[in-house]
Design a protein around this ligand. Structure first.
Ligand code: PUT
Length: 289
């Protein structure tokens, strides 16, 4: 029984997002990298936060995880090797592992407490940790990329937390250059690229960096509605080392997959629609303001 109002609030300087929770905190530990917490929210089920920022909730995680994986998988139909940096909740690799064509799915998560917390309290995302096709490594993703051989991966997904604390190094030009080196000639890099409204400065800066590394016409932004992230509008970046264009994909295959797999968000229409950008986002990408 809930006897008082208790709220979790994620704050920026001028905007905040609040979710009411039960007051019965399910998990709270400090790792060497960050504070890892799980709250039992009333509207969205169990919720993982890192250093006070929402990472995922039981009821809307599928939007983020389906969009960060199936958009590139249907744009690069020959992908055999996929790498995820971050993503310790397991949702991104859960979605990748739906694709039988992938011969290698490697997840590199720096913080084992994130994995522990999700195994205990977010079983729907952590389900992937029991999959024998997953190569799970608990180590520093930046070091992993720096040591990785040239041209190893068809798809590299940077499923980072926000660019503060341990996640900051995953938002630098040095890191993205190493990612580019580790991609096959037609490989793709996908990142979660924050909210164009809530994190405007970071959003503008990272797209500029992607364009410098991959080329002006090789970088695309796509959007999804994620109610538990600040502003509700979240962006993903799609950067191609070769010519794979995100809007040239097999719509019939995407529709069939979406239906057969029982996906809750991704389908062939959403794939196309996600690349339609509001004018203010187009202007941010073109002019930085
Ligand atoms: N991988 C989580 C994305 C960051 C949400 N604020």
């Amino acid at each position: 029984t809930i006897t008082r109002d208790v709220w979790f609030t994620e704050r920026d300087e001028n905007i905040a997002l609040s979710l009411k929770h039960s007051g019965n905190q399910l998990y709270k530990k400090d790792s060497p990298y960050q504070r890892v917490e799980i709250f039992e929210t009333l509207a969205y089920g169990n919720m993982l936060t890192l250093d006070g920022m929402v990472m995922c909730t039981q009821k809307d995680e599928y939007v983020y995880h389906e969009m960060i994986t199936h958009v590139p998988m249907f744009s690069h139909t020959k992908a055999k090797r996929a790498l995820v940096i971050g993503g310790g909740d397991g949702g991104t690799v859960r979605e990748l592992l739906r694709h039988e064509q992938l011969e290698e799915v490697t997840l590199v998560e720096i913080d084992e407490l994130v994995i522990e917390a999700c195994k205990l309290h977010l079983p729907e995302t952590a389900v992937a940790f029991g999959n024998p096709r997953l190569n799970l490594l608990v180590e520093d993703g930046i070091k992993y990329i720096n040591d990785c051989e040239d041209g190893r991966y068809d798809l590299i997904i940077i499923d980072s937390a926000d660019p503060v604390g341990p996640g900051e190094g995953l938002f630098t030009a040095e890191f993205y250059k190493e990612v580019y080196r580790c991609l096959t000639p037609d490989g793709l890099m996908i990142t979660q690229s924050e909210s164009p409204r809530f994190n405007t400065g970071v959003f503008v800066e990272i797209y500029e960096t992607y364009k410098q590394i991959f080329g002006e016409n090789k970088v695309h932004c796509y959007l999804a509605g994620i109610p538990t992230y600040p502003t509700g509008t979240w962006s993903f970046s799609y950067s191609s080392k070769g010519d794979a264009h995100p809007l040239q994909f097999d719509k019939d295959a995407a529709a069939k997959f979406s239906q057969e797999q029982g996906l809750k968000y991704y389908n062939e229409e959403i794939h196309t629609a996600a690349f339609a950008l509001p004018n203010f986002v187009k202007e941010l990408l073109a002019n930085g303001s």
